[in-house]
Design a protein around this ligand. Structure first.
Ligand code: NAP
Length: 305
């Protein structure tokens, strides 16, 4: 039986690490979240982030400009947050409306307050191994592997997906941990053969249950970043091979979540794997909290000296 890598346990350990550090600061860390418009998924993400802040004692503030906002108006909001000393972290929830130049907005966030780790300065710091906020999901995955004492150094790690927020920073973090890293994408030829070389396989392609048994080396550690909501009952039945539990859950909710790796195949072939939900998902917000605490620590130390 494959070991289940429980993201909630790792999340709790990360948050436990944050608590004494928050208590040691002269004031609570401050996180500003900019939520433009009313995208339902973004509203849920922001609500969860604000809740996590409240539970930890991080002071959060949500700004909700309308979805008609222009790039220059949003830039003015970000610049105001950049100037405010009690704000340690700024998070602009993506996606932004189409008339807004997202790249310009992300570039405007002061790198020291960029708790998502998306600013090119922080990407550069990541590449060159310098301190700074790191993209939350990949940084959380490294914490998960360390928590479960899964060796990384010298192992073959295959990352499927090369997005700026998951695939690329994941590959870089694994490289810093001395894995031999291969990055795959939609133009990769013979993906299954390459994936099977992975002692550690990280799936971040956004395709429901796409990596099946053929893609998994027997005994590999499988990290499934994908979150895909299946609303078609037939598709759910096919993926879960008519599992009664899953189909009952589908019938209650009208949908079911599935990762990018086939869940039953992962359970059968891997030595350890992250379930969906409950694997990688809980780590992202926890790492956002940690990035905010570390930003406050850096900034308050700077302010004192
Ligand atoms: P993304 O920006 O859409 O990037 C997907 C990547 O996968 C791209 O690099 C793409 O290649 C590659 N790809 C797509 N189809 C492929 C295929 N058939 N074979 C090989 N590679 C393929 O997605 P993302 O933002 O990185 O997110 C990936 C998944 O993780 C999504 O399911 C998302 O919901 C989930 N996610 C979860 C969390 C969490 O907290 N758990 C956080 C972020 C994202 P090209 O570059 O060639 O197009």
């Amino acid at each position: 039986m494959a070991q289940i890598l429980d993201g909630a346990r790792v999340r709790d350990a990360i948050l436990d690490d944050c608590r004494p550090r928050i208590a040691a600061l002269p004031r609570p860390p401050g996180l500003a979240v900019v939520l433009v418009g009313h995208d339902p998924a973004s509203e849920i993400y922001v609500r969860n982030k604000v809740k996590a802040c409240a539970e930890l004692g991080i002071r959060s503030e949500t700004l909700t400009p309308p979805d008609s906002i222009s790039t220059s108006e949003l830039l003015a909001i970000v610049q105001d947050l950049n100037r405010r000393p009690e704000i340690d972290g700024i998070l602009v929830q993506m996606p932004l409306p189409s008339q807004v130049d997202s790249k310009q907005v992300l570039l405007a966030v002061l790198p020291e307050k960029d708790v998502d780790g998306f600013h090119p300065c922080n990407v550069g710091a990541l590449v060159t191994g310098r301190p700074g906020p790191k993209s939350c999901t990949p940084a959380g995955i490294i914490r998960l592997l360390q928590y479960y004492k899964i060796p990384i150094a010298g192992r073959n790690a295959v990352v499927v997906g090369r997005s700026d927020i998951v695939g690329k920073p994941m590959a870089m973090l694994l490289l810093h941990e001395n894995a031999t890293v291969t990055v795959c994408h939609s133009k990769t030829r013979d993906l299954a053969t390459i994936c099977r070389q992975g002692d550690i396989l990280v799936a971040a392609l956004g395709r429901p249950a796409a990596l099946t048994a053929d893609f998994i080396q027997p005994g590999a550690v499988v990290v499934d970043v994908g979150i895909n909501r299946i609303t078609n009952r037939q598709e759910a039945a096919r993926i879960f091979r008519n599992s009664k539990d899953k189909l009952d859950a589908f019938d209650r909710k009208g949908s079911v979540l599935v990762g990018d790796v086939h869940p039953l195949d992962a359970a059968e072939k891997a030595s350890a794997y992250t379930p969906v939900p409950g694997g990688v998902g809980p780590l992202t917000i926890a790492m956002l909290m940690l990035n905010t605490v570390e930003s406050a620590e850096r900034r308050l130390k700077t302010a004192v000296s």
